[in-house]
Design a protein around this ligand. Structure first.
Ligand code: FES
Length: 109
């Protein structure tokens, strides 16, 4: 999607379509990420809490991500502020090209 959809300081939830080749067939599946901009560039967080996978939301008043399931709080940079999550929010690689943001495939080990 267009990078200008992310304005101001608050992260924005954006939808995307994941395309995967399966033989000759292209399989498309919907997804979403929370996108924000840091000093070093764009950041896209997986929209599921790293505790047990609940969808979390951004609270523009508190300036934190809040998970409703077990009360986790994440900072804007994805780090755990409080609650049970064992690790920060998962980040996807992002690139910006011609004014559009792309979520890149992750390298697998
Ligand atoms: Fe988010 Fe448990 S799933 S705090």
């Amino acid at each position: 999607g267009p990078s200008d959809a992310v304005k101001g300081d608050d992260p924005v939830k954006l939808d995307f379509v994941k395309r995967k080749m399966d033989g000759w067939e292209v399989i498309e599946s919907p997804g979403s990420v929370w996108v924000t901009k840091e000093k070093d560039g764009w950041v896209a967080f997986d929209p599921h809490c790293t505790h047990l996978g609940c969808p979390y939301r951004w609270d523009p008043t508190k300036k934190e991500f809040l998970c409703p399931c077990h009360g986790a709080v994440f900072a804007k940079n994805g780090s755990v502020v409080s609650g049970p999550p064992p690790k920060p929010l998962h980040r996807y690689p992002v690139k910006e090209e011609a004014g559009n943001l792309y979520i890149l495939p992750e390298e697998t080990a």
